[in-house]
Design a protein around this ligand. Structure first.
Ligand SMILES: [Zn+2]
Ligand SMILES: [Zn+2]
Length: 266
């Protein structure tokens, strides 16, 4: 039994050290750790309570009392628990820390670099960061420049003006940001958002609130509505609390020749 326990311990330690080395060398990106038990009837109650707990790579786990424990199992002698590592970001990109996302009015600072030509990768990166910033109580923005430089900045409850400090780097950039739950957002882009997209010549602007995600882009065919709204559609949208600003953005995008989409996120 002792031998079993120490081999699981060595296994957990070995994997962690291997991934640490990979991160140092820049071949492994940001990942998170998930505590996994042996999932049989012999698993003890303490380990069952750890099952499915998530931590960032460098973070120590906490037990159910809230006490800080190890970077990885064992929880106790003979513990057979292991860690499942989930890759979050490609190598070369930092993740966002809770402190970074909740500190207001942070000017843009670099998170790293991505291949700007890899649209599938860019989508995965945007989706990851949007999942992180959407529950935040202040606006957070991620900027991916035309060259693939990635920046993070924060604003306050209703705007994220600090990204304007990037100046001409916004030209052709993809920007995403959140509209906090208690903000003035009306389930689509604000007038300031539309000005930002237009005046800074963004390639793509995305926004996310507690229900919807939305996108403005430069391709009029990449739209929910590619033909002018009918009177019936307009009347129907005006009656729905989530749709009145959305309708105005649909019309604005059609006038300007932009693409505009909105969808429910989970
Ligand atoms: Zn265990
Ligand atoms: Zn906005």
């Amino acid at each position: 039994m002792l031998a079993e326990s120490s081999s699981v311990e060595l296994f957990n330690k070995g994997i962690y050290e291997l991934l640490s080395k990979g991160k140092e060398l820049g071949i492994i990106g940001a990942c998170e750790k998930i505590w996994v038990t042996a999932e049989d009837e012999k698993v003890c109650r303490d380990c069952v309570l750890m099952s499915g707990k998530v931590a960032t790579f460098n973070e120590r786990f906490r037990d159910y009392h809230g006490n800080v424990i190890g970077l990885f199992p064992p929880l106790h002698p003979h513990c057979r628990c292991v860690i499942f590592y989930r890759m979050l970001l490609p190598p070369g990109l930092d993740d966002l820390t809770p402190e970074a996302m909740s500190t207001p009015n942070t000017p843009p600072y670099p998170l790293g670099h991505v291949d700007a030509g890899d649209s599938e990768l860019i989508s995965a990166v945007l989706n990851h960061y949007e999942g992180r910033i959407s529950p935040q109580p202040i606006e957070n923005a991620i900027v991916i420049t035309a060259d693939g430089e990635v920046y993070h900045a924060t604003g306050d409850l209703n705007s994220v003006d600090p990204i304007l400090g990037l100046g001409s780097k916004l030209n052709g950039a993809t920007v995403t940001h959140n509209h906090p739950k208690d903000s003035e957002g009306d389930y689509s882009f604000s007038g300031d958002d539309i000005d930002l997209f237009k005046n800074e010549n963004l390639d793509r602007l995305r926004g996310i609130d507690e229900y919807f995600a939305y996108e403005l882009n430069r391709n009029p065919n990449d739209s929910d509505f590619t033909t002018p709204l009918t009177t019936e559609e307009m009347l129907e949208m005006m009656e729905k609390p989530f749709d009145s600003v959305h309708m105005a953005v649909v019309i604005k995008a059609q006038i300007e020749g932009w693409g505009y989409r909105r969808w429910r996120h989970e």
